[in-house]
Design a protein around this ligand. Structure first.
Ligand code: SAM
Length: 232
């Protein structure tokens, strides 16, 4: 991989040809490539509710809790690893079965799981100024020096896409990591983006919802670094 690869369709060819959008309520799965670029959120969710995107939901704890607590927000979880897409899908399925959720309740109709690369998805499928919030929790830190170029916040197209797609005036980027060196790097990189500013968002609407990694690290007593940015 080059230090600054060109993130064109050729670059993503082998990693995204299987990309899918999954409805966690009825398990309906469709190829992402059948959808328009950019997506029409209203058509996808069949309502006009605001949209929030979680990048790398992993085992899906945050996605399930957030979508349950805020039924009037639409959530899109974009996960690259098929294994974690399946774990998250099963998490919703088990919840629905365990609590005998009635389809008519509408619970989890506000969730779509996208199996693809987040860089690919944000740069091609997310419309301008259409996202109320991004959630990026414990992004892979790639600690080895020769692998650090894989860090998602080093991808300028990813940063530009976040700035382009957040709603001006109040669109937020929520961040969390246990890796202080990466946290500092992220803050440096976001600090160079004129459209984004660091905000103190207290109390945050998501303070009481933990991710899988957050739970694990909290119980290990590890320090967790958090930040919230807002689109100006
Ligand atoms: C360290 S885990 C954190 C999982 C979850 N956010 C949490 O806090 O428990 C990072 C997750 O991001 C996913 N991921 C990494 N790079 C990605 C990318 N470019 N697009 C989508 N998902 C990605 C990984 O597959 C993994 O599930």
């Amino acid at each position: 991989m080059n230090a600054e690869p060109r993130y064109n369709d050729i670059y993503y060819k082998n990693t995204t040809f299987n990309s899918q959008i999954l409805d966690v309520v009825n398990n309906n799965t469709e190829s992402l490539h059948n959808y328009s670029k950019p997506l029409d959120w209203e058509q996808l969710f069949r309502d006009k509710h605001p949209v929030e995107i979680e990048v790398g939901p992993g085992k899906g704890r945050f996605l399930l809790e957030a979508s349950k607590q805020y039924p009037n927000i639409n959530y899109v979880g974009v996960e690259r690893a098929q294994k974690y897409v399946e774990i998250t899908r099963l998490r919703f399925e088990k919840y629905i079965r365990h609590f005998s959720v009635d389809e008519k309740s509408g619970l989890f109709e506000n969730v779509r799981l996208v199996w693809t690369d987040a860089n690919y998805f944000l740069t091609r499928y997310v419309p301008d100024t259409s996202v109320q919030a991004y959630h990026v929790y414990f992004p892979d830190p790639w600690p080895k020096a020769r692998q650090q170029k894989r860090r998602i916040f080093r991808n300028k197209d990813f940063l530009k896409a976040i700035a382009r797609t957040l709603i001006s005036g109040y669109g937020k980027l929520y961040l969390m990591t246990d890796y202080v060196e990466y946290f500092n790097e992220i803050q440096d990189r976001l600090g160079q983006h004129k459209a984004l500013r660091l905000v103190l968002s207290d109390p945050e609407p998501y303070k009481n919802i933990t991710t899988n990694f957050e739970m694990k690290y909290q119980s290990d007593g590890r320090e967790i670094y958090r930040a919230v940015y807002e689109k100006m």
